[in-house]
Write a protein that binds this ligand. Structure first.
Ligand SMILES: Nc1ncnc2c1ncn2[C@@H]1O[C@H](COP(=O)(O)OP(=O)(O)O)[C@@H](O)[C@H]1O
Ligand SMILES: [Mg+2]
Length: 238
């Protein structure tokens, strides 16, 4: 069997005596679009933070593109191409929208390609075009989420990791952002999407994991899970 692009195995995460992640196994193949859904407090963000090196794993193993990530700092994992848009986005509030986008490309030297990609992002998100020279912190939550996604794309991720891009946004903004996420998926990007909004997450991905109280309780094709009675009751509000 060939190795997955990402392979998380038997991952545990603790906060002191509290165990937030319990023996999680999760794989993402190159080019796949995978979602991790679950209620608030299920352990989704903790899984992503351990993956990106923001918090330590207390047990388990994480391999990415043939390397073990254990012992690598967060910036070393970013350099390998693991790029996360965190919960609550985290744009540079006092920098302009354009400077935020350029910051995403800081490790690159291919100026012509960078400018083309900025143009593409501004075509996707005309909201940002009108605010290029304004401080990012003055924009709405939805616009900041767009900017955070654009900035992440400019770093040319090998695995794009999104933590609840829909959180706190009006339905029309969620729709706009997910249209672009779908476009990005069609470009061949590999995606790991964490969402509480299971309905939209299952629509834009091919495969899903359901997390409940720190454990993976269910996994399968997104198109199967969207019709699963347990999933419909627990996560789709039906
Ligand atoms: N910094 C922290 N210190 C202590 N407990 C935490 C911390 N962050 C998260 N937790 C706890 O870990 C559990 C999982 O949280 P989290 O990973 O944020 O879940 P989700 O992203 O699925 O909402 C929750 O019970 C939460 O209260
Ligand atoms: Mg979370």
């Amino acid at each position: 069997m060939t190795e997955s692009l990402l392979h998380i195995a038997a991952l545990d995460v603790h906060y002191g005596a509290i165990q937030a992640v319990k023996s999680v196994d999760l794989r993402v193949e190159a080019g796949e679009h995978v979602t991790l859904i679950g209620s608030n407090g299920a352990g989704k963000t903790s899984t992503l933070k351990a993956l990106t090196g923001l918090i330590p794993a207390s047990a388990g193993n994480i391999r990415f593109d043939g390397h073990s990530l254990m012992g690598l700092a967060a910036h070393e994992r970013t350099a390998l191409g693991l790029v996360m848009v965190p919960e609550g986005r985290g744009v540079f509030a006092r920098m302009s929208v354009l400077e935020n986008l350029q910051a995403g490309a800081y490790l690159r030297r291919d100026m012509a390609a960078i400018n083309d990609e900025i143009e593409q992002i501004l075509d996707w998100f005309p909201h940002l075009k009108r605010r290029l020279q304004q401080p990012a912190g003055l924009m709405s939550g939805g616009e900041q989420q767009m900017l955070a996604l654009g900035r992440a794309l400019l770093s040319r991720p090998r695995l794009l990791i999104l933590d609840e891009p829909s959180m706190g946004l009006a339905p029309v903004m969620v729709e706009k952002i997910f249209e672009v996420i779908s476009e990005v998926c069609r470009t061949g990007m590999t995606l790991l999407l964490v969402e509480q909004n299971a309905r939209i997450a299952l629509k834009v991905t091919e495969r899903a994991y359901v997390m409940d109280s720190g454990r993976i309780s269910l996994t399968g094709a997104s198109s199967t899970l969207i019709n699963d009675s347990q999933v419909r009751t627990a996560y789709l509000g039906e």
